[in-house]
Ligand binder design. Structure first.
Ligand code: PRP
Ligand code: ZN
Length: 291
């Protein structure tokens, strides 16, 4: 029985592609919990929220029906299940594509060639919508899993399935024909929970933390010393979020410059900074950025 004890319930995938990254995100938000994959509930000790571990395919409906207030699930799943939930934010992980794949040696070379063919999938709703938009009539073979085996078993001529790294397709001798949709993990919420004053307050607090973690992802905090006269040159090199922080040092005519940089740019940037007068460059990870 679901009790309303004033605590939020957030559904996450019990075991699969999104599980570890979702747990990691919630921990980075400062939530302290022991994740128990095999038990339904994992209570959080320092925030009024409990984690519910569920099959990802069930999460949109459970959020829609209020079994959980929030859910972390792939956009592909929410779209397929046509759940009436509010989309709060994309989470920047769990990227994947819903594609139509065909055997390596298939004669099919275009979407038109799918006419009257059999396509195996666990995504009948999305596939049907796609075929309709292309005016192609094909037979949809609805399976509950292991879709990639369907062509080998001769139950289908093509498949419509999720591709993330592409390994599953490749080892099964399949290649992509076309992409139906692109997806990533997203945070969804039940409409009534979002309208409830007490729950909304908790959701907003959690959202601030999540946005902070998303903003900090892939960023590093950079500190360096430089002679005062190099500041303008260094400032023009630095792609700062805002203007860099400049702190005077005890040593005359020397300052410290602090700023946030993207991890990807860091090595190129460091060489450039060094050539332009910066020294004692220190880079530290960022936990969160609250604007
Ligand atoms: C998808 C899909 C493949 C796999 C592809 O499953 O059904 O099995 O991921 O990943 P790859 O391209 O990295 O090999 P999903 O993670 O959505 O899990 P589920 O169908 O069990 O929910
Ligand atoms: Zn699934």
């Amino acid at each position: 029985m679901i009790v309303n004890n004033g605590r939020l319930k957030i559904a996450i995938q019990k075991s699969g592609r999104l599980t570890d990254a979702s747990i990691d995100l919630l921990r980075k938000c400062g939530l302290d919990f022991e994740f128990q994959r095999h038990s339904l509930y994992s209570p959080c000790r320092n925030f009024k929220i409990d984690l519910l571990s569920l099959r990802d395919d069930d999460i949109p409906e459970y959020v829609q029906d209020g079994v959980a207030d929030l859910g972390i699930v792939g956009e592909n799943v929410t779209k397929e299940r046509q759940a009436k939930v509010k989309h709060l934010t994309r989470l920047g992980y769990g990227q994947c594509k819903l594609i139509i794949g065909i055997p390596e040696r298939s004669k099919i070379t275009s979407i038109r060639h799918l006419q009257d063919k059999r396509i195996a999938t666990t995504y009948p709703v999305s596939l049907k919508q796609f075929l309709r938009s292309k005016s192609v009539k094909a037979e949809i073979v609805e399976l509950s899993g292991a879709v990639e085996l369907a062509p080998t078993l001769d139950v289908a001529d093509a498949i419509c399935d999720i591709v993330s790294t592409g390994t599953t397709m490749r080892v099964n001798g399949l290649k992509p024909l076309t992409t139906i949709l692109e997806s990533q993990a997203a945070l969804i919420v039940n409409g009534s929970s979002y309208a409830d004053k007490e729950k909304r307050n908790l959701i907003d607090r959690l959202m601030i933390r999540i946005s902070g973690c998303l903003q900090a992802r892939g960023k590093r905090y950079l500190m360096m010393n430089a002679p005062m006269k190099s500041i303008e040159r260094l400032k023009s090199i630095l792609p700062s979020m805002k203007s860099p922080t400049i702190v005077p040092l005890a040593e005359k005519d020397m300052v410290a410059l602090h700023t946030v940089v993207a991890e990807d740019d860091f090595w190129d940037l460091m060489e450039n900074l060094k050539m332009n007068g910066a020294s004692d460059i220190v880079v530290v990870p960022i936990e969160t950025i609250i604007n």
